[in-house]
Design a protein around this ligand. Structure first.
Ligand code: GLN
Length: 287
């Protein structure tokens, strides 16, 4: 079968399920992954012939996409900050807004010369600690997660990206003390309220880990409160705390963090939503 014939079928079959631009992006991700061909390669080979097993692979992917399985689960990997990450149903698929958070941190650290100690809370796939470690050669990076399954993936991702990270299995909500002083603490904790589930697509709702995503409607800032409280004690003076946040709770999250004695600011993502928060520890002592 010619790839171009399969392409027609692929677009037709998925047109009821996704917008065309999304189908297009799936198609090129799959051809890159299964055939090792870029979009340009394919344009130069209009008569590319699919082997039977390749056709079967594409067919399988097509059926999974029709069930709204995320394409990253089908490929078992994704790209984040220019790096390759393995993903599974046990970790949140790295999001572009989290890349914006990493960019913000790296911009702020661009002129930093000393070696700094970083703690990331909620490793997930490891996208935050791995991309920070990759871009900050001298940093000492620690990362904690409550899920053993997630840690296995994060450890694998640190390995394939050649970085050294101290990963630990810990439940931050049950942590009394961070044990050492850090220059920087970062977290993208669960922050989606149940009441927001109606805005979400089935590829997220049915396929991504609840543990990484949702919080109780009545206690949506639970992780921010706990982490700010710990950071107020274990961030060095002048140290910084970065969060990815719920876009609807920007002001509340800002107030909460300020309440722990931090100087804090919000930052919007490329869609204009309050999505990130930075806080600096200005006081020297505990509150
Ligand atoms: N931004 C993610 C989403 O919308 C949520 C990430 C999180 O809960 N930390 O699916």
């Amino acid at each position: 079968m010619h790839l171009s014939d399969f392409k027609k079928v692929f677009f037709e079959k998925l047109s009821d399920f996704y917008p065309e631009t999304e189908v297009q992006s799936f198609y090129f991700l799959l051809t890159q992954h299964y055939l090792g061909k870029t979009r340009l390669d394919l344009a130069l080979e209009p008569k590319y012939e699919l082997l039977e097993e390749q056709r079967a692979q594409f067919q399988k992917a097509l059926l999974r996409l029709k069930k709204y399985e995320p394409v990253q689960h089908i490929l078992e990997e994704t790209e984040f900050y220019g790096l390759r990450f393995k993903v599974s149903k046990n970790v949140l698929i790295p999001r572009p807004e989290t890349e914006e958070l990493v960019s913000w941190i790296l911009e702020d650290l661009a002129s930093e010369e000393k070696s700094i100690r970083i703690l990331d809370i909620g490793s997930g796939s490891g996208c935050i600690p791995v991309s920070l470690a990759k871009n900050l050669n001298t940093a000492e990076v620690h990362s904690w997660d409550v899920s053993e399954e997630a840690l296995k993936i994060a450890i694998f991702n640190a390995k394939i990206n050649n970085v050294n990270i101290d990963f630990q299995l810990k439940d931050i909500l049950k942590t009394e003390d961070l044990e050492q002083q850090y220059d920087l603490i970062v977290s993208n904790p669960p922050y989606v309220r149940n009441l927001e589930k109606k805005e979400m697509h089935s590829n997220v709702l049915d396929h991504e880990p609840e543990l990484a995503l949702y919080v109780d409607d009545k206690n949506a800032l639970i992780f921010y409160r706990k982490i700010s409280e710990l950071a107020a004690k274990n961030l060095k003076t002048g140290g910084s705390l970065y969060f990815e946040i719920n876009q609807y709770l920007g002001k509340e999250t800002l107030r909460l963090v300020q309440g722990f004695g931090f100087e804090a600011e919000l930052k919007k993502d490329i869609f204009g939503n309050d999505r990130m928060l930075k806080a600096i520890r200005i006081n020297g002592g505990e509150l």
